[in-house]
Write a protein that binds this ligand. Sequence first.
Ligand SMILES: Nc1ncnc2c1ncn2[C@@H]1O[C@H](COP(=O)(O)OP(=O)(O)OP(=O)(O)O)[C@@H](O)[C@H]1O
Ligand SMILES: Nc1ncnc2c1ncn2[C@@H]1O[C@H](COP(=O)(O)OP(=O)(O)OP(=O)(O)O)[C@@H](O)[C@H]1O
Ligand SMILES: [Mg+2]
Ligand SMILES: [Mg+2]
Lengths: 256, 256
Amino acid sequence: MGRIIAITNQKGGTGKTTTAINLTACLAAGRKQTLLIDLDPQANATSGIGINPKELRRSVYHLLVEQTPWEQILRHTSLKHLDLIPSNIELSGAEIELVSMPRREKRLKEALMPLQDLYEYIIIDSPPSLGLLTLNALVAASAVLIPLQCEYYALEGLGHLMATIHLVKKNLNPDIAVEGIVLTMHDRRTTLSTQVIQEVVSHFKDKVFKTIIPRNVRLSEAPSHGKPIIFYDIHSPGAQAYISLAKELVRNAKKR
Amino acid sequence: MGRIIAITNQKGGTGKTTTAINLTACLAAGRKQTLLIDLDPQANATSGIGINPKELRRSVYHLLVEQTPWEQILRHTSLKHLDLIPSNIELSGAEIELVSMPRREKRLKEALMPLQDLYEYIIIDSPPSLGLLTLNALVAASAVLIPLQCEYYALEGLGHLMATIHLVKKNLNPDIAVEGIVLTMHDRRTTLSTQVIQEVVSHFKDKVFKTIIPRNVRLSEAPSHGKPIIFYDIHSPGAQAYISLAKELVRNAKKR
Ligand SMILES: Nc1ncnc2c1ncn2[C@@H]1O[C@H](COP(=O)(O)OP(=O)(O)OP(=O)(O)O)[C@@H](O)[C@H]1O
Ligand SMILES: Nc1ncnc2c1ncn2[C@@H]1O[C@H](COP(=O)(O)OP(=O)(O)OP(=O)(O)O)[C@@H](O)[C@H]1O
Ligand SMILES: [Mg+2]
Ligand SMILES: [Mg+2]
């Protein structure tokens, strides 16, 4: 049974998509059969991995709202062992459409059931909000990975995110647990970064991944080439950090 | 009649809140009677200007959903000529609640009518989505200011944002127009920044503000002190850039 991990943080721009693409690419490079799900209408994970959202006839919208079979939506990527359920602009209407649908929070969970036996890791990239799309990710997942920019506003939103995960655990998905917080865009030169890290580590202790992702311009260049960092510049600090994060994730799972 | 300007971009983390706080502070310092509206459940504009969202009994939620009079919600800030309609966590339920309400896109527009004669500038900080909250901002406003990070993903989302503004203009608010695109977090050292700027300027020509906001750590430190940049570090490159942006905005209005 594959692990379903939601990559979630309602704060915008904290590195959700960058983490989703690069973590899945590193897991696939380590020969773990991996599926990436783009649950954001911005479709950044889709384009960042080299697929043009505008050319898609079917997307995750159809999986959620029209219950189209996954075989008609799934795409192979240029990476062996990494497949994608893509997104496109049609998804932006889904939140309003889902409001009046039965089992509106469980639609992704139900759609992924047949896929859990085919993949070791299923990773979901969430949009920057706590609406019905993110709720679907939190109900489908057994673990939540939280990318957190080393900035003040990002820290402020963490309490609300944890409270929401707690509510989902109580009312909708008893299996969900926080896999860990990943500190992203860390800039060694600023005291702000160091202060934020100290605050997060003292609060959340072993729930914070040891791997810290540095601010590295190569990470923000890679998506314009449609490639994960390990295929764009394997020697960059960004690539090395995501390789180490993937190893840490796999190691933590073994310890349980 | 005050100008209502929405600060909008569905891409997360592009500098919407940082621009909303610092632009309003500079307008107020220039003795323009200014109102900042925080339309994001994250309430970053509220805390960034020094007001604790957790202590509020009333917020913009009550203005939109319960039609509470604005006098019971408005707060004065520590800056002369700058008032705030604050946000807090209650707003996160508003999007689902608004779906089934009459005139759901016009509620902010109607609530702001009495305020337009009291302020020269009313600036709205939007959340990172194109849902009903942002739609309310686009219907209430006569101008849209678009902060755009000098990054690839930010560029990708611009087309969709322009298309949405066009739809709002056609169906909901014929007065709306793009005031301009503000390039933010520009890092002179990276070629990516320069490439994005060239692409935006060649596409959108005079719709791009001449003032470019540099990446400046003082801008990300200021919110933890609850102060706009001009009161945290007036000599910083960030403060100088927002002073110049406020002047450019006022100058452009005079030219029309
Ligand atoms: N470690 C890093 N170093 C440098 N740039 C980064 C890093 N991580 C992400 N970025 C860049 O920062 C921006 C924000 O990252 P990203 O889009 O992954 O965040 P997000 O949380 O998915 O955003 P959204 O909330 O819009 O979904 C992107 O332009 C990305 O390329
Ligand atoms: N010019 C800048 N230089 C350095 N840091 C900046 C700059 N502008 C914004 N920041 C920081 O980058 C982060 C994102 O900015 P901000 O929160 O203003 O974006 P936003 O678009 O409002 O995000 P959201 O989509 O979550 O509402 C914040 O931590 C902020 O302090
Ligand atoms: Mg993203
Ligand atoms: Mg914001």
